[in-house]
Design a binder for this molecule. Sequence first.
Ligand code: SF4
Length: 697
Amino acid sequence: PRPDRSIDVPTDSHCPYCALQCGMSLSPAGRTSVRVRPRDFPTNGGGLCQKGWTSAALLGSPARLTTPLVRSGGVLRPASWDEALGLVAGRLREIVDERGPDAVALFGGGGLTNEKAYLLGKFARVAVGTSQVDYNGRFCMSSAAAAANRAFGLDRGLPFPVTDLDGADVVLLAGANPAETMPPFLSHLRRAAEAGGLIVVDPRRTPTAERAALHLAPAPGTDLALALGILHAAVADGHLDRDYVRDRTAGFDDAWRLAAAWWPERAERVTGVAAADQRRAAALLAGASGAYVLTGRGVEQHATGVDTAGAWINLALALGLPGRPGSGWGCLTGQGNGQGGREHGQKADQLPGYRRIDDPAARAHVARVWGVHPDALPGPGRSAYELLDALGTPGGPSALLVFGSNPVVSAPHARRVADRLAALDLLVVADIVLSETALAADVVLPVTQWAEEDGTLTNLEGRVLLRRRALPPPAGARTDLEVLHGLAVRLGQPPERFPADPEAVFAELRAASAGGPADYSGVTYDRLRAGEALHWPVPAEDHPGTPRLFLDRFAHPDGLARFAAVDHTGPAEPPDAEFPLHAVTGRVLQHYQSGAQTRRVEELRAAVPEGYVEAHPDTAGRAGLADGALAAVTSRRGKVVVRVRCVDSLPADVVFLPFHFPGDQRANLLTNPALDPVSRMPEFKVCAVRLSPAREA
Ligand code: SF4
């Protein structure tokens, strides 16, 4: 039992939502909640967005789950923890005995703390022995991670502190809309915006694009062609940094062989972005004393996401930006622990320390820390969508345990995913509320949330943060670590192999990460409690951390960055006569991810209570729809029924849907699960749809 430590003094903490991990101060507000105040922290400079301000609302919410639920007779009924965990462990044992360990799968999340991500991966590989573990971060920034690993030999979202952006004259944001996703981040772009140096690449005129001096609006799915056009312009107009390319990179000639064919006028024909604007973007970036290229989900969530992110990295390399003080390339990580979530082993192809699971030395090291033989560790498993798509099939898993994710809403081709979940013999969901995925579960386990537990996260700049327990959890809820501990013990593991104390798990994570690309061995809870700014790698307890990577050399063995030879192919599903419009999915200010949390916060729900489709008035008019009318948006995979919002911020052949909403408002009923061949990222950002009137109920 945990001591009842209700707070009587303000506790320094961080927001439960996005990767900016804004600093907060939490002070008492009764026994079940806290008062949130912004805290001056480098990422947010004392600001919070509406999601952060209202984040305490879920702590004492009646929507919280506090009792395990077990399905019997088709309905979920309350059960004791002992019954629920005993039932899950018993069924897992039966399924493994019958069909082998790969018949059990685990699905994690990019919001889980480092400790949870670590213990989840270890639980899968050691307690169950399955290779079938992946997480929703695969849907988030796996493409930029793969592109960065390919280019630099290492992936850390921003390889520099976010405050370095404060001094930039020019920032190009490709496929990112921080004005809605992480508003306090805009403070770091103030100088660039005021200097006329903010360039935004987005098919929509988003609130971020409205602040830009130059908004480049490529047709959906043509971002790669635009990056090639700007690279071509940079080279043709004499902006190539020849010394940097010679001394610090390899592969330019191969990349240029493809980019040479993308003169800006050709890129204009494909993307719709004026050649003059491409040249202006190249000149702005090249002429700045400090310039950055930053990418987001809009670039990544494509079946060509790795090459598209790689094309923007190529541009940054050609201009000599990465690895130079005051300039660079970076990726804006989305989920709260999007960075740490992909480092500690909940990903199908990785072991802790950002090690590859197929690397014999990595397997030997991690197996030593885990006290098992390396041969006992399974190999790589299926990626997130492939895993969900295989559930309940003859060769696929028949049991799934979900932690910190809501794939019924957030996975692509949502109808297919719901069908696969329904085909399982056992679905177990650990969550704080009855999410749409939990509603489909056989067993639901009520867990604690951010301010009720200690844990570390790694923010978008690779800085490890301690999010502290500020009040006792509701009676009946357990931490995810306690759940994994309880299941592991029931599966016959020694209790000490799966500690439930976060600091003990972190101590083991440090050892497992030691010597790996993401080395946390020098990070301690005490250093974090003292407020030290520790950006990984931190290879020793007296090491100050590494705020800036690549200043002397990149992480490939020869120290050189790699250009990628990439070419434009276009969206996997272009519009045609039957489905003549591009559908783009994305986020709104008030909601986070699948909306499981934010839809239950009254202020946020009231601001944006339901899903909608944005369309140009001409597009809506051609479909026989007026502003506010009920519309059906149909793709080859499904149909969404939502109200139309007529906007002039979209071209006539594009509609936009936020993906935070459930039921028949799920934008992911439409999305195309075409996968990037490297990152296995689905093509969330563009699919072909038609728009038509829907009947009012
Ligand atoms: Fe900050 Fe992101 Fe939380 Fe908003 S959601 S307060 S931007 S961490």
